[in-house]
Each structure stands twice: as structure tokens, then as C-alpha cells.
Design a protein around this ligand. Structure first.
Ligand code: ADP
Length: 309
């Protein structure tokens, strides 16, 4: 039986959160409506995925959110990497705790005036807690992070997913539903492996557009002579992306300053904008910025204020 309950958040008459599905219990419908109601206020949703951990997925997610902020967009960064939430470390937020409002909503942590962050780590008592969670508990936490974080209106939400193509990324992608797409992060050593291809097939199976592949830690730019040394094999990322029919966004070199920035919680693209890796990063995410630019609403009418004679 379908009932026409109004989604409080959006004015889209086709929003699926307005209608209860035939096989849906009242409780499930209420939960789904709460989740979709929260996500409806966000214009664009991007996932950052990787086949394996340690390839720089969280680094890309964090710097993407910062780059959007630097371009004048309001961005939210949601770290649901249950196995190793590293966003708080990368951004110097290891002591941050999530606050809950009287209405039961979770307040994200403001990183800058444009960027807010919510991490699974902000809800944990200790760093090892997530390790002992069983499946249903993980599913509950994932749902809570998507449904109950009060982002306010956002231009974009960047979701840092757990690595791989298992139950957790699957559940996150399915719960979010109408995302713009995913950025897949890999390294030159990983490029040829089955993991990256699996990540791409994962997106295809879920009808999630692949916005592109970023090859991270590709080459080392000498800080003295600026010459690039390809420490690992390189160039495979572009060929693999072409072979799989997905866009190649580019390569980001290894930068020791990026490791230091990550260890010290310094926002890398913002503080080290002139370094080759920061420039390469900004160049790689240009197509995503372009998607938001096309959507930027020009202010209606003339600016307010009196013209002085
Ligand atoms: P993942 O999310 O895939 O597990 P992280 O983003 O946490 O990986 O990165 C793992 C480590 O590698 C971090 O210490 C990070 O600072 C470092 N790192 C990521 N990308 C680069 C790079 N291009 N150059 C140098 N260090 C990097």
C-alpha cells in the first residue's frame, strides 16, 4: 500500500521519499524518509572509493572537500571508513567530538567557514572500538551517519567509503541512492590489479557513474631539481581507464610534504597550493568543480544597497 506522506525537505514531487513502497513497513518507511529527507538538501554527492586501503583515498576525499571550499562551495566531508577513519588525523581533528542536538541530530565539525566534517571517529570512545563491531551495528552506524548529521544546505557531500567492494560500501552507495558518481583512487602498483577493475564494475552494477580514476603517488618530484622520478611503474592508469571506458582524471606525485601535512593535520591543498602535487590534485578534480559550477545559481536581480550619486 502506498501512502502519500510529504517529504518535508524537498519540493520534488517525484522524490521517492514521498511514497511508501508496497513491501515497506511503516518503520522502514519512516527511516528511509528521514534518511532521504536529510540527503535531499544536498545538491551533489560524490563517493571516493578504492580497491585497497593505503592508496590515498582519504587524502583525496579531504583535499577534494577543501578544494570545493576554496572555490566558494559549501562542502561536507563524511568519513565512513569504518576500518580506518583517517580523515580526523589528516585534518587535525583527532580531538573533535560530535555534538548531538536536542532533536537527536548530529552536528558536524566546522573545519573552515565552507567545509564541515563528520567522521565515524567522532562517535567512537577509543580508536579500536570499530574493530569489534558486528555487521548489524555497522549498518546502524552507517545509517545514522547518513540520516542524522545536520549539514544544513550543502553544494556537495564527499563520502569517504571503506576500501573494497564489500557489504559496507555497497550499503552506503545503496542508501545514498542518487549520487553524482564516484572517484576511484589507485596507485601505480595497484593500477593493473583486479581490485581497481572490481571497483569500476562495482559502480557499473550499482548504476553509479564513474567520474574518473586518480592515480595517486605516481612519481616523485625532486624538491631540489624538480625532476620527476617514476619510483613505481607508471602510465598504466590512463591505459587501464581507457580499457575500462572510464575517464582518467590524472596522476598525483608523491610529496613528502603531503605526508607531513597528513601527520600534522594541516590542510594540504590550502597550505601548499604551489607544490606540484597540490597543483596536480586541483587539476585532477577540475571536472567535479565544473559539475558544481554549471549548477551555481547566479544571484537574482541587482545587489541590494543604494547607489551613491
Ligand atoms: P587510504 O584512505 O587509501 O587508506 P590515506 O589517504 O589515509 O589512504 O593515505 C595513506 C598515507 O599516505 C597518509 O599518510 C597520506 O598522508 C599519505 N599519502 C597519500 N597520498 C600521498 C602522496 N601523493 N604523496 C605522499 N604521501 C601521500
Amino acid at each position: 500500500m502506498a501512502s502519500n506522506t510529504t517529504c518535508n525537505t524537498c519540493s520534488d514531487p517525484t522524490c521517492s521519499a514521498k511514497t511508501r513502497q508496497h513491501d515497506e513497513s511503516v518503520e522502514d518507511f519512516a527511516r528511509r524518509q528521514r534518511l532521504q529527507g536529510n540527503l535531499c538538501r544536498i545538491k551533489h554527492k560524490f563517493f571516493v572509493l578504492s580497491g585497497k586501503g593505503g592508496v590515498g583515498k582519504s587524502t583525496v576525499a579531504a583535499n577534494l572537500a577543501l578544494t570545493l571550499g576554496m572555490n566558494g562551495f559549501r562542502a561536507g566531508l563524511l568519513d565512513i571508513d569504518l576500518h580506518g577513519p583517517s580523515v580526523p588525523t589528516l585534518l587535525g581533528l583527532t580531538r573533535a567530538q560530535a555534538r548531538t542536538t536536542r532533536e537527536g541530530l548530529i552536528q558536524p565539525v566546522a573545519l573552515t567557514s565552507q567545509v564541515s566534517v563528520m567522521s565515524i571517529a567522532f562517535l567512537l570512545q577509543g580508536e579500536d572500538e570499530a574493530v569489534i563491531w558486528r555487521g548489524p551495528m555497522k549498518a546502524g552506524v552507517i545509517e545514522q551517519l547518513l540520516a542524522d548529521v545536520d549539514w544544513g544546505p550543502l553544494d556537495a557531500l564527499i563520502v569517504d567509503c571503506p576500501p573494497g567492494t564489500g557489504d559496507e560500501p555497497l550499503s552506503i552507495v545503496q542508501k545514498v541512492g542518487d549520487a553524482d558518481g564516484a572517484v576511484i583512487v589507485t596507485t601505480p602498483q595497484q593500477v593493473a590489479t583486479a581490485d581497481v577493475r572490481r571497483s569500476i564494475s562495482f559502480c557499473h552494477k550499482l548504476d553509479l557513474p564513474v567520474l574518473g580514476v586518480i592515480e595517486n603517488m605516481a612519481g616523485f618530484v625532486c624538491p631540489h631539481c624538480q625532476k620527476t622520478t617514476d619510483i613505481f611503474r607508471t602510465g598504466g592508469g590512463e591505459a587501464m581507464a581507457a580499457d575500462m571506458g572510464v575517464p582518467y582524471l590524472g596522476r598525483i606525485p608523491i610529496d613528502p610534504e603531503l605526508v607531513n601535512a597528513g601527520d600534522q593535520g594541516v590542510p594540504y591543498v590550502q597550505k601548499f597550493a604551489e607544490r606540484p602535487a597540490a597543483k596536480a590534485f586541483v587539476h585532477a578534480v577540475e571536472p567535479l568543480i565544473g559539475m558544481l559550477e554549471r549548477d551555481r545559481v547566479p544571484a537574482a536581480g541587482p545587489a541590494s544597497g543604494t547607489v551613491q550619486e
